[in-house]
Ligand binder design. Structure first.
Ligand code: S3P
Length: 172
């Protein structure tokens, strides 16, 4: 694959974008960037607090700025937040320099993962059910399907997902 192209991980919360991204970057000797972490650096507080203090609109505008900046770079592995691809400008910026890889997982698995770290996810209230996740996934499906590569992560550890991504990238 083109070494200059960024590899951009997209997908719903709890699909493993960060865990996979870190390992993928290290396997390929690339730099890793997580857009949520960049937003936290810029604003100076955790994502949860940005939502609480300033609301989702402010978060989304910071997210778009960060995406514009990281998309201008090359040869990176970029993990995005689960809602990043809802904005078409973000998608075109990310696609201009990158291959979009969507990580997919079942609602039940997502629920188990996000329950472990729900406090960091302002869009999921306490008591979020598998039906809530399924509904959100359905609403967002068309956005995630804009990816160049779709990876089903069912039953896989992050290392195995990394292997699957590398294979898919080679086949392109
Ligand atoms: C969001 C996902 C989060 C974070 C923010 C909004 C979303 O990132 O960007 O809480 O809209 O799905 P993760 O996908 O890394 O949890």
């Amino acid at each position: 694959m083109d070494q200059k192209k960024n590899i951009v991980l997209i997908g719903f919360m709890g699909t493993g974008k960060t865990a996979v991204g870190i390992r993928l970057a290290s396997r390929l000797g690339r730099e890793f960037v997580d857009t949520d972490k960049e937003i936290e650096k810029v604003v100076g507080m955790p994502v949860r607090e940005i939502f609480q203090k300033y609301g989702q609109t402010r978060f989304r505008s910071e997210e778009s700025l960060v995406i514009k900046q990281v998309s201008a770079r090359t040869g990176m592995v970029i993990a995005t937040g689960g809602g990043a691809v809802i904005n078409p400008d973000n998608v075109s910026n990310l696609k201009a320099n990158g291959v979009l890889v969507c990580l997919q997982a079942d609602p039940q698995i997502i629920l188990e993962r996000v329950n472990r770290k729900r406090r960091t996810r302002p869009l999921l209230r306490k008591g979020t059910t598998v039906e809530d996740i399924s509904e959100m996934l359905e609403q967002r499906r068309e956005y995630y399907e804009q990816a160049d590569i779709l990876i089903d992560t069912a039953g896989m550890e992050p290392e195995a997902v990394v292997g699957k991504i590398i294979e898919s990238l080679k086949e392109r």
